[in-house]
Design a binder for this molecule. Structure first.
Ligand SMILES: O=C(O)c1ccc[n+]([C@@H]2O[C@H](COP(=O)([O-])O)[C@@H](O)[C@H]2O)c1
Ligand SMILES: Cc1cc2nc[nH]c2cc1C
Length: 347
């Protein structure tokens, strides 16, 4: 994989940010998590007056060979059908990107379908779905490189368009399966605890899914390195996201993280470059079994808990107004002195 330079943001500014926050006309700490977000954004941007500019949402779509082994309750055709729905504006994510002023990019990372040329879907198809990792590696090293580099290229386009806050979403029938395997390998948590209902299994279906995935893990004969796990089990949309997240952090952009699949992508990225976590804001803790365990493992807290399990980036984009509020607090709220309010001196 190409290399990235991801530095921890300089923390010298932290005490100045804290002073500014503590001098706003409110009891210290009374805006809770928003204060934490304001400090994080100010540190990333090295500014006491941070700004959010031109938010973009990249939604990567791809198919998975493992779908043919019955791990998802949803028909595989939903991937291409729903991708078209997104460019026509009719998906769940479309509501939230419109509501919050995001530019949406829908990317074909590897959908098993021939889209017509003029749909509005960005064509970065690597192949028509991955191979079935129950029997063989999902992708070749070359395909993995191509996915990483495509994620990089697309984030650069967003940054050149003036974007400094970016969210990522995904669409891919069966992609909770590779996500569960990534999670288990990367965290050491037992696979069973990482496997959930996905797009809607009841308990029996989830058990069958787990058995297939356990068989895939038993069949695997690689070296168990993060790089090999990413390639052997990954989806194109997931690997593209890893590349995209790494480049976004390298460019000091704020990364909004969505649900189970996207959290696994940032976990994978963090295995290569741990400093990436400093650039991430976790939007939403979802319903998929394993998501809370994963957030706990990473020692992070999401802004929202709305019982979503849709993916697409919905939980990330829904959290944007809170990040906006944190930034507005820094820029619009008056200090005790400016507001001519008596400061609190007792503790
Ligand atoms: O992001 C999540 O937390 C999430 C949880 C469950 C399902 N999904 C979505 O549902 C699809 C994967 O579910 P499945 O059952 O096909 O593996 C995929 O298109 C995801 O966008 C997403
Ligand atoms: C309908 C549907 C919409 C989705 N959006 C993301 N994943 C999805 C899975 C299904 C099944």
């Amino acid at each position: 994989m190409r290399s990235f330079v991801i530095n921890k943001p300089d923390e010298v500014i932290c005490s100045l940010l804290q002073d500014k926050i503590d001098n706003l006309a409110k009891p210290k700490g009374s805006l809770g998590l928003l204060e934490k977000i304001a400090k994080q954004v100010g540190t990333i941007q090295q500014s006491l007056s941070p700004q959010l500019t031109n938010p973009h949402h990249i939604l990567f779509a791809a198919d998975h060979g493992i779908a043919e082994s019955g791990v998802s309750p949803s028909p595989k055709s939903i991937t291409w059908q729903q991708a078209l729905n997104f460019v026509e504006g009719g998906g769940g994510i479309n509501i939230f990107v419109r509501q919050n002023g995001f530019k949406l990019l829908v990317v074909d990372a590897g959908v098993d379908y021939d889209f017509e040329a003029d749909t509005g879907i960005i064509d970065r198809k690597i192949s028509k779905g991955t191979a079935n990792f129950l029997y063989e590696a999902a992708m070749t090293e070359q395909q993995m490189e191509q996915a990483i580099n495509t994620g990089v290229e697309l984030v650069e386009q967003c940054q050149q368009a003036g974007c400094n806050i970016i969210s990522f979403g995904e669409l891919g029938i069966a992609n909770t399966s590779p996500s569960s395997i990534w999670m288990s390998y990367l965290t050491g948590i037992d696979l069973k605890q990482c496997v959930g209902a996905g797009s809607g299994w009841a308990s029996e279906g989830t058990l069958r899914k787990y058995q297939v995935l356990q068989q895939a893990v038993d069949n695997y004969q690689g070296d168990s390195s993060a790089l090999d796990i990413m390639r052997y089990f990954g989806g194109y949309e997931m690997v593209m996201t890893v590349g995209a997240m790494l480049r976004a952090a390298e460019l000091a952009m704020i990364i909004l993280v969505d649900g189970f699949i996207m959290t696994n992508c940032i976990l994978m990225a963090a295995k290569f470059y741990p400093n990436i976590i400093n650039y991430a804001i976790f939007g939403h803790q979802g319903e998929e079994t394993g998501h809370k365990l994963l957030l706990d493992y990473m020692g992070v807290q999401s802004l929202l808990q709305l019982q979503f399990r849709l993916g697409e980036g919905t939980g990330a984009v829904c959290a944007f107004p809170l990040v906006d509020s944190a930034v507005r607090m820094m820029n619009e709220m008056k200090s005790f002195a400016k507001a001519e309010v008596t400061p609190i001196t007792k503790c």
